[in-house]
Design a protein around this ligand. Structure first.
Ligand code: NI
Length: 265
């Protein structure tokens, strides 16, 4: 288990939709040489992500507070710092801004709360020198503005859904982006997939959500990251092996896993 064949950099194996068959899903993933980062969206799911990471060499954890969770009590930097210092925690997040509830854009107070909670997580990431796993929906302008105001902030824009112009700005800040299942059935991502530097992109499933073709409509799982990589290869006109190798190498570098920490149990 020295290095993975593929790396699903963002999944939620900690979510209850895997309660029935989590072990089988993880077995399929491991049997295929796939590693993943199990991502928390609040304190509870962050702790659960760490538990899974303690149990399996192939699973790492991200801890954070997602912008669509209840933010009224704010972000407890102290509590999250304790979680974040765990040797198998490789990122802070997911955190960021989500202004999607468009038509009725989130109220101004909610936007301020989201920015505040995001800022605390950026500060924590810088403090403990781990990258950010950024969630951004319908708020790229504001996200870019906040990230560029912090020197030393680094990270990945997960489930990237923006335009090339935005991707370019994230790259200029030193950020990478990752693609999820929808690239397999929508062509609006093709331009960004094609133009991005190969060393700036990674693959993910965000499972159980957003399954790629041909699994659309089914619950997602890390195994499906193969389909995402296949599509990246196809759009860029390179071989599957080349795309898989690049996306995996990028993930190992991004999470600083060149020499992966073993589980503690
Ligand atoms: Ni997610």
């Amino acid at each position: 288990m020295d290095s993975p064949k593929l790396f699903d950099i963002h999944s939620h194996l900690n979510f209850s939709r895997f309660d029935e068959d989590r072990e089988e899903v993880i077995k399929r993933m491991r049997d295929n040489g796939i590693w993943t980062v199990c991502v928390g969206v609040d304190k509870k799911t962050s702790r659960e992500a760490i538990k899974l990471a303690e149990k399996y060499d192939e699973i790492f954890a991200a801890v954070g507070l997602h912008p669509t969770e209840d933010l009224t009590t704010g972000f407890s930097s102290d509590e999250f710092e304790k979680l974040a210092r765990h040797p198998k925690v490789v990122a802070i997040g997911e955190c960021g801004l989500d202004y999607y509830r468009i038509e009725n854009q989130p109220a101004e107070a909610e936007q301020i709360r989201q920015k505040e909670v995001f800022a605390r997580q950026i500060e924590l990431a810088i403090k403990i020198n781990k990258p950010l796993m950024v969630h951004c929906r319908s708020a790229h302008g504001e996200t870019l503005e906040i990230l560029s105001s912090y020197e030393g902030a680094r990270g990945d824009i997960h489930f990237f859904s923006g335009a090339w112009e935005q991707a370019r700005k994230y790259f200029d800040l030193g950020f990478s982006i990752s693609f999820a299942g929808p690239i397999t059935f929508a062509d609006e991502y093709d331009e960004v997939i094609k133009k991005s530097p190969l060393d700036k992109i990674m693959a993910e499933t965000d499972s159980p959500f957003a399954s790629p073709a041909p699994h659309r409509g089914k619950r997602g799982e890390p195994l499906f990251v193969k389909e995402v990589v296949k599509k990246i290869a196809q759009v860029r006109g390179i071989s599957y092996e080349e795309a898989a190798e690049a996306a995996t190498r990028n993930a190992l570098n991004f999470f600083n896993l060149r020499t992966a920490p073993k589980t503690t149990k």
